[in-house]
Design a protein around this ligand. Structure first.
Ligand code: GRF
Length: 222
């Protein structure tokens, strides 16, 4: 039995997104926005199956917002500090995404934990990029921790977002060697270069409806 047969027949398989048109994507950011830029650049190709419909930052004045403006993409600032709780902030995010007709959400350097309710609403339709080869080095300071641990391979992971932090089904990983002369900055730069290739590839898979999830495992349907 081929993967595609498994994708359709296995019990408990979730088909997260079935595209009938170019998927509308909302990107959540908090800072520099280089991964947002990689997604914006990918979306320029007419054959790419997604377009960025909205960029939301929880922090005003960040470079990611300038990148959205330069690309002619609508952006909004929704400051988490203006809300009394995580749930009310997340409800505002959800409302803005829905108002923009968003199908899929990409977290791209978004430095807020999301509430279980928000994650449940977008489960199977929300991606995150994390700067390590998960499940190693979840959380923050991944490059420093990779150097301290003495690993020879480091990298990045694009995964579906589930309630557990950095633990959702993995779509794409890219590895880079850790060099003897590496410091945190040089390692981060090499990983970031890979992130910019991996994220558009993963979004393409999701937007083409080619991801099926069985338990913790994502399968790519041909
Ligand atoms: C990236 O390293 C990404 O993996 C992590 O946060 C960083 C965001 O960088 N989640 P940028 O804002 O996309 O440049």
């Amino acid at each position: 039995m081929g993967w595609s047969a498994i994708c359709w027949k296995a019990r408990d398989v979730v088909q997260p997104f079935s595209p009938a048109r170019r998927a509308k994507v909302g990107v959540l950011v908090s800072g520099r926005g280089s991964n947002l830029q990689a997604l914006l650049d990918a979306c320029v190709a007419p054959t790419y199956p997604a377009e960025i419909a909205l960029v939301i930052s929880n922090v005003p004045g960040v470079q990611a917002l300038d990148r959205a403006t330069a690309a002619g993409v609508p952006s909004q600032v929704i400051r988490h500090r203006d809300f009394p709780s995580r749930e009310t902030f997340d409800a505002a995010l959800d409302q803005a995404l829905r108002a923009a007709g968003v199908d899929l959400v990409c977290l791209a350097g978004f430095m807020r934990l999301l509430s279980p309710g928000f994650v449940a609403r977008w489960q199977g339709r929300m991606l995150n990029i994390h700067p390590s080869l998960l499940p190693s080095f979840t959380g923050l300071d991944t490059h420093r921790r990779a150097l301290e641990a003495g690993v020879r391979l480091h990298g990045c992971t694009v995964h579906l977002v589930t309630p557990e932090l950095d633990a959702g089904p993995i779509l794409i990983q890219a590895a880079v060697p850790v060099l003897d002369q590496d410091d945190e900055d040089s390692l981060a730069a090499r990983v970031l270069e890979q992130e910019h290739h991996a994220y558009p590839r993963a979004l393409r898979l999701l937007a083409e409806g080619r991801i099926a999830v069985e338990g913790r495992r994502a399968r790519i349907c041909e």
